[in-house]
Design a protein. Structure first.
Length: 485
RNA sequence: GGCUCGGUGGUCAAGCGGCUAAGACACCGCCCUUUCACGGCGGUAACACGGGUUCGAUUCCCGUCCGAGUCACCA
């Protein structure tokens, strides 16, 4: 109850933001903010071989778009910097050496080749390191070191006993120490491994809640042993259930490329709104007591509770995401919707000058993904070559014969209009239907078909004529009439 | 394979010893309607299995089965 809550998001700059990662970031943010704490961004780039150019910018951009604003980080600083592990490189070795002094770690001079053969020899999986260097005489170690022989530093796991730790979502977990590998702490290149750097950084940065995917559950005892060796307080562990994808054969596995878009950027590219993505993944593994579904990031902060996190893995459901996206799209002011849709409008409409607000207003209620837009409106740009059978519709009571009449009458009536807008067109057509003593659909159907050339359109006949303008409308209606005669 | 974790409809999930086992997505039907959609109403569909504990188990314990994660000089 004493310490101020601090969580950290510690991604590796791999070049894209997996939704599982993003969800971890989200929960870290929510835990910190819901408890009045601090959210820290730390870049874990200890793997020099996997460095990707521009990857850090992707992290910043994603966090910004997702509205997960960090309080400390490489770009804004803070009192626990530096926040990039490669810039902290010199920090780790002394801790590892201290562990060696305490006999909790040791130098290992085994070559890559020896390790490889070790893995190959053991036919059953799980051979691991044979602890070859665990008890090298001190003189040998010093001699090797003096000769500049490459080395790693390994953690010296207890051979007996067991280690128990507590997790906020999974509860108490006990593992036999004999199961634990003498994992590497410092690599040959001098960089710490992820596991080691994590412990050192989390402690020196005063992190109170270690939040991460449940794939780390089995390595957590090793962390505990490290904390205990140093005599440090053990943080609160919060392991999150994994996000899975459904395979074609019905099995499930960790969400990956073959399941569809898995990165935040890809999702956005596919026409999903950042808010919708965040809202959806927030509910993947967490549930409020009242089972509400629509949450802004601020509302999530208000309602988030760690005990609402579930243990079982969940499958990423693109259908449900799409539903969320539709809800968010519908909730947008039409001007805003028009603005974010503009790139998609332009993709379909290259020459015509349309009233974008009107286009947006007929699209907004029926769009669940922005990428659906172009195909829905391309008929405004150019009419597709349609079959005259489209004029036949049972429900509207239209056929090839009466469509001719409807079109003729419609053209005459519309032609007489001096003002061309939604209301005048609407009143004109509705009035005409009454006058002809036919149901609205019987008149509207052929007109909509002639105007669009499509059986399914966003908006009805009136909206389409309005957007098309009088001149283009009349041309299309005449063409439709010609097609029928 | 060892170890660890998990198992409520197709999916996300509520439930935390007693309920006709919620809700949402998807699917189906009806209504609304100038198409589609939106919206409204309704429907199909679940406690993996076997033992205990208990007056009573979806809920607690054990076993089985199934699934996942992990066993790297990757994070």
């Amino acid at each position: 109850m004493s310490k101020k809550v601090r969580t950290r998001f510690a991604p590796s700059p791999t070049g894209f933001m997996h939704v599982g990662n993003l969800r971890t970031a989200l929960y870290e943010y929510l835990i910190a903010k819901s408890l009045g704490g601090t959210f820290v961004l730390r870049i874990e780039d200890t793997d020099q071989e996997r460095k990707v150019e521009g990857a850090v910018d992707i992290i910043y951009n994603t966090l910004r778009q997702a509205k997960l604003i960090h309080d400390e980080g490489p770009d804004i600083g803070g009192e626990y910097g530096p926040y990039v592990q490669s810039e902290r490189k010199d920090l780790y070795l002394p801790y590892a050496q201290k562990l060696v002094e305490m006999d909790k770690a040791y130098y290992c001079f085994c070559t890559k080749e020896r390790l490889d053969s070790l893995h190959n020899d053991s036919d059953d999986i799980g051979g691991g390191y044979d602890r070859h260097c665990r008890n090298l005489p001190k003189e040998v170690v010093e001699k090797n070191l003096a000769e500049g022989m490459p080395y790693v530093i390994r953690q010296k796991m207890p051979l007996e006993g067991s280690t128990t730790f507590n997790d906020a979502v999974f509860g108490s977990i006990t593992v036999e120490n004999s199961e634990l590998q003498d994992q590497i702490l410092i690599k040959t290149d001098g960089y710490p491994t992820y596991n080691f750097a994590n412990v050192i950084d989390d402690h020196t940065m005063n992190i109170t809640h270690v939040v991460r995917g449940s794939e780390y559950l089995s390595s957590t005892p090793k962390y505990n042993l490290l904390y205990e060796a140093f005599g440090w307080d053990i943080p609160e562990y919060v392991h999150l259930p994994l996000i899975m994808g459904k395979n074609d054969d019905g099995t499930v596995s960790k969400l990956s490329k073959r399941h569809g878009a898995t990165s935040f950027e890809d999702l956005v590219k596919q026409g999903f709104l950042p808010e919708a993505v965040i809202n959806y993944i927030a509910l993947l593994g967490w549930c409020p007591k009242d089972n509400r579904e629509i949450f802004s990031i601020e509302e999530l902060v208000e309602n988030f509770r760690i005990d609402g996190i579930s243990k079982s893995p969940s499958i990423f459901d693109y259908d449900k995401l799409e539903w969320f996206n539709g809800e968010y799209i519908k909730a947008l002011p039409v001007e805003k919707f028009a603005e974010i849709s503009m790139p998609y409008f332009k993709k379909a409409i290259k020459t015509k000058e349309l009233d974008w607000i009107k286009v947006a207003s007929i699209l907004q209620q029926r769009t669940t993904k922005l990428t659906q837009i172009p195909e829905k409106i391309e008929f405004f740009e150019a009419q597709p070559d349609y079959d005259k059978e489209l004029f036949v519709n049972k429900k509207s009571k239209t056929n090839l014969e009466n469509s001719v009449t409807m079109l003729k009458e419609g053209i005459n009536a519309l032609n007489a209009l001096t003002e061309w807008n939604h209301d005048t067109i609407h009143d004109c057509l509705i009035g005409l239907a009454q006058q002809l003593e036919v149901k609205n659909g019987t008149l509207m159907w052929p007109i909509r078909i002639a105007a669009s050339g499509m059986s399914v359109t966003p908006g009805g006949a009136v909206e389409i004529l309005d957007i098309l303008g009088k001149e283009e409308s009349m041309t299309r209606l005449q063409k439709g009439l010609a097609k029928l005669s």
